[in-house]
Design a protein around this ligand. Structure first.
Ligand SMILES: *Cc1c(COP(=O)(O)O)cnc(C)c1O
Length: 440
């Protein structure tokens, strides 16, 4: 059991939810799930926040479109006095602006359902897949990019669907990394998740399994000794979690992270840049520093997706660049995440950075650092370039190619840069100018 602090406030919340609730119940994740807050009335009763009648009507309308679910633990982190600006409140509670759908928003902005060879799998990158194994979440994030699937009972993948996903991975030898997500994979029962992990692990070409989960943030008591002991049988397991604000780093979440890290699981964090929550360089700096103190490596900072109903959470990209400018050089390199935009339409994650290269000549590169110092890097005078025709056994550089090892095709810009491929440009399909050419 994860210990935390059973404050007077938590005790009050627990007793309102269940008159027989004990301290032990509070720290029991199943009690937390069973007593999750799913109605506006219950939320008002527990937080002692009261919405005016007019507002409540709009909230009910919002809830009909996008359901509500908050764990008692996560609810207990809301600072009631200033709730309208509270980062936990904003991530967990309904906002009538979710009903505003602007013309650039889409229900599936990343085209995950298009790049899907079998229902639970998105195969977008050459060597790895996203495997949606659960449609259940402990808390419904208001900023969820897969809002289209939230609370949608019909799309809970059953064992047969999961088997089809596993089958696809087994039949696709280039997949070396499987990313379990959902929903939250850690909402599945231990033995079911154990079965999924065992099946994937038994596939010879799978080298690592990753789990994307918000459990340490919204339901840290789920990280029990039993869970951790099960997970560590399946190494190498990597976990990415989703902290967005320093207020989410509590005694309980710290202990959950400690258990996972002690089990030898490398931990990463994916934050989403959210207006009114963490769109501030000082907040982000504090967050990443707290994360590394808890052995979590900030992995990605996401630009908010163009999912329906998220317009009030979106910031300009400039805000993200400003945050990166405030992190790079100013704090430990391993505390700095990569800022990415997940390309609308399904192009995958595109990294974004402030510009550090100022100019370039044949023998010098002019760079600037985080302080504004402008510096010169002298290029080497006699660099001997290895012509690469991808014939590794006959190259001066040593790389042992194991027989039968998958050799992934060269694609995209990598192809333009290569020596052995004669392609000199990438041209959009249906390019009008090329259609006009006589010698096509
Ligand atoms: C994010 C993502 C991955 C993993 O990408 P990494 O950059 O390796 O973390 C894989 N598949 C899909 C569809 C994704 O969205």
């Amino acid at each position: 059991m994860v210990e935390g602090i059973f404050t007077k406030r938590r005790q009050r919340i627990a007793l309102k939810l269940d008159i027989n609730a004990t301290e032990k119940d509070w720290f029991n994740w199943k009690w937390q799930v069973k007593n999750s807050i799913k109605s506006i009335e219950s939320f008002e009763n527990l937080t002692e926040i009261e919405f005016p009648e007019e507002e409540r009507k709009k909230l009910i309308e919002t809830q009909e479109r996008f359901p509500l679910s908050i764990t008692p633990y996560y609810l207990s982190l809301i600072h009631k006095e200033n709730y309208k600006n509270d980062p936990v409140f904003k991530q967990a509670f309904l906002d009538e602006r979710e009903l505003i759908i602007t013309s650039s928003e889409m229900s599936d902005p990343l085209s995950e359902d298009h790049d899907s060879p079998v229902p639970c799998i998105t195969h977008r990158y050459p060597d790895r897949v996203l495997f949606l194994v659960s449609n259940i979440c402990a808390m419904y994030c208001r900023h969820c990019t897969r809002k289209r699937k939230v609370g949608d009972v019909d799309s809970i993948p059953d064992r047969e669907q999961i088997k089809k996903g596993i089958e696809y991975i087994r039949n696709t030898p280039e997949i070396r990394d499987v990313l379990l997500s959902g929903g939250d994979p850690l909402m599945l029962p231990n033995d079911y998740l154990d079965w999924i992990l065992s099946e994937i692990e038994a596939i010879p070409h799978v080298q690592v399994i990753r789990i994307g989960t918000r459990i340490p943030v919204v339901l840290p008591y789920r990280v029990t000794d039993d869970l951790v002991n099960m997970l560590k049988k399946h190494h190498p397991i990597w976990i990415n979690t989703h902290f967005n604000h320093p207020q989410e780093i509590t005694a309980s979440s710290r202990q959950a992270l400690e258990k996972l890290a002690n089990a030898g699981i490398p931990l990463g964090n994916q934050s989403v840049l959210l207006a009114g929550v963490n769109d501030c360089p000082r907040i982000m700096r504090k967050l990443v520093q707290l994360l590394v103190m808890n052995r979590v490596r900030p992995y990605y900072l996401y630009q908010c997706d163009l999912s329906e109903g998220l317009s009030h959470f979106r910031t300009p990209i400039g805000k993200g660049i400003e945050i990166m400018e405030n992190l790079i050089g100013h704090t430990s390199g391993f505390a700095v995440p990569t800022y990415v935009i997940d390309a609308p339409g399904g192009g995958g994650k595109i990294p974004i950075m402030p510009n550090y290269i100022i100019s370039w000549s044949v023998n010098k590169v002019i760079l600037r650092n985080y302080e504004g110092v402008i510096t010169t890097y002298q290029e080497p005078r006699n660099y001997e370039q290895n012509f690469c025709d991808r014939d590794c056994p006959n190259c001066n550089l040593e790389l042992e190619i194991i027989d039968g090892e998958e050799d992934i095709k060269v694609i995209g810009i990598e192809k333009l840069l290569s020596d052995h491929d004669k392609t000199i440009s990438l041209v959009p399909k249906n390019n009008e100018r090329l259609k006009r050419r006589f010698d096509k």
